[in-house]
Design a protein around this ligand. Structure first.
Ligand code: ADP
Ligand code: MG
Length: 359
């Protein structure tokens, strides 16, 4: 049975095209006032999932529930216009021949004065009150996007479905429009499913991230958990560059150039990969590998030679060629840190920031 606490529920949805499941047993639940980001690489089935939720495509198996009601299942299929959903896409154009007032009021029914008041309320919330009689071509890209958002939200949809809605905006504008959008969605208490292939966007917008790969959700949770406790190497690597240190198990321990890792329950000769993000490798200036016994927290430092260092703005990216096997590790250092090529330096790992996976 479904719990009507959820505004949108996709239950075990699959979609087969030409014998191939592009969405494969996917389940998701959205509550009011919550933004869930469906995040994954291009072609993994995000838009198909969104279209199924909207009702413009139909799943091969599974059910779609909105506010506890089946809107699509084996024997029902409610058309999109009856589903109380708002839709927004990258190329979701405004009506060019209608002014802002009529664009935003387009889906509204009822007396004129009430419509006018609702349009004003929304335009105030997107900071565009006073723009009522302007036409789309008189607005900037960001303003058009905010009008489109107001239009989608005007009929008070329970569920808002957004497919890469910010990808048409230039970088500087995008952050502002994202923030304004998030504020309005929260104010309206809408349940939101936002599709994106950009991890930064998902981290910025989402209460929950559902990480998707090959038609399946591989991990779902709060952004903090997804980033800091990835389920596998690919999930870690989706959010940033990662360094990989290889090892193999002997007596429930994995020996690496950075010291030993406990690998309880793993049989001898299991191939292991230790994954660490570039900002979680540390430079070991004091000890340089020669000092007192390393603590368990820091492990053992390993020596490498600076290969290249670049300043990226608020941090510096330094690449090291490691003495132990010639592999290259990337380190992000805050601020300006530009050591010369061939400078020898010792690296250590923040043990609490390592992810260890079977290969
Ligand atoms: P995403 O939005 O994650 O980039 P899509 O959901 O658009 O991915 O597409 C997932 C896969 O389904 C792709 O391989 C795409 O080619 C395929 N696909 C999407 N729509 C159709 C269709 N109408 N007919 C056949 N294949 C499709
Ligand atoms: Mg898509």
């Amino acid at each position: 049975m479904s719990d009507p606490a959820y505004k949108l529920e996709l239950q075990d949805i699959s979609r087969v095209y030409d014998g191939q499941a592009v969405v494969d047993g996917l389940s998701i639940r959205l509550s009011a006032g919550e933004v869930t980001c469906l995040l994954g690489p291009s072609g993994c089935g995000k838009s198909t999932t969104l279209r199924i939720a909207a009702g413009v495509d139909q799943q091969t198996t599974g059910r779609v529930m909105i506010d506890g009601q089946i809107v699509s299942g084996p024997s029902d299929h409610m058309p999109p216009e009856e589903r109380q959903i708002g839709l927004m896409f990258q190329d979701f154009a405004l009506f060019p021949h209608l002014d802002v007032e009529r664009n935003v009021g387009f889906g509204l029914k009822g007396p004129r004065s009430k419509k006018k008041a609702r349009v004003k309320e929304l335009l105030q919330k997107v900071d565009l009150d006073g723009y009522q009689s302007k036409y789309p071509h008189q607005l900037s890209g960001g303003e058009q996007q905010r009008v489109a958002l107001a239009r989608a939200l005007a009929p008070k949809p329970q569920v808002m479905l957004m497919d890469e809605p910010f990808s048409g905006l230039d970088d500087r504008l995008r952050d502002d429009v994202r923030d304004a959008t998030l504020e309005l969605l929260k104010a309206e208490n809408t349940a939101v499913l936002l599709v994106t292939h950009e991890p930064e966007e998902a981290m910025r917008m989402a209460d929950q991230i559902a990480l998707m790969r090959n038609g399946k959700i591989v991990q779902a949770g709060a952004p903090y958990n997804i980033y800091n406790a990835p389920v596998d190497k690919a999930a870690a690597a989706f959010f940033s560059d990662v360094n990989v240190i290889k090892g193999s198990v002997t007596n429930a321990l994995t020996e690496t150039p950075f010291g030993q890792f406990l690998t309880p329950g793993m049989v001898d000769d299991t191939e292991v990969e230790i994954i660490i993000r570039p900002q979680h490798l540390k430079l070991d200036f004091d000890r340089q590998g020669r000092g007192p016994n390393p603590t368990v927290a820091d492990g053992v430092p390993a020596r490498g030679m600076v290969k290249r260092a670049r300043y990226l703005g608020h941090q510096s990216l330094v690449e090291f060629m490691m003495d132990y096997d010639g592999s290259v590790l990337k380190v992000l250092m805050p601020g300006v840190f530009l050591p010369k090529p061939d400078t020898p330096l010792w690296l250590s790992m923040r043990r609490d920031r390592c992810f260890l996976f079977k290969k």
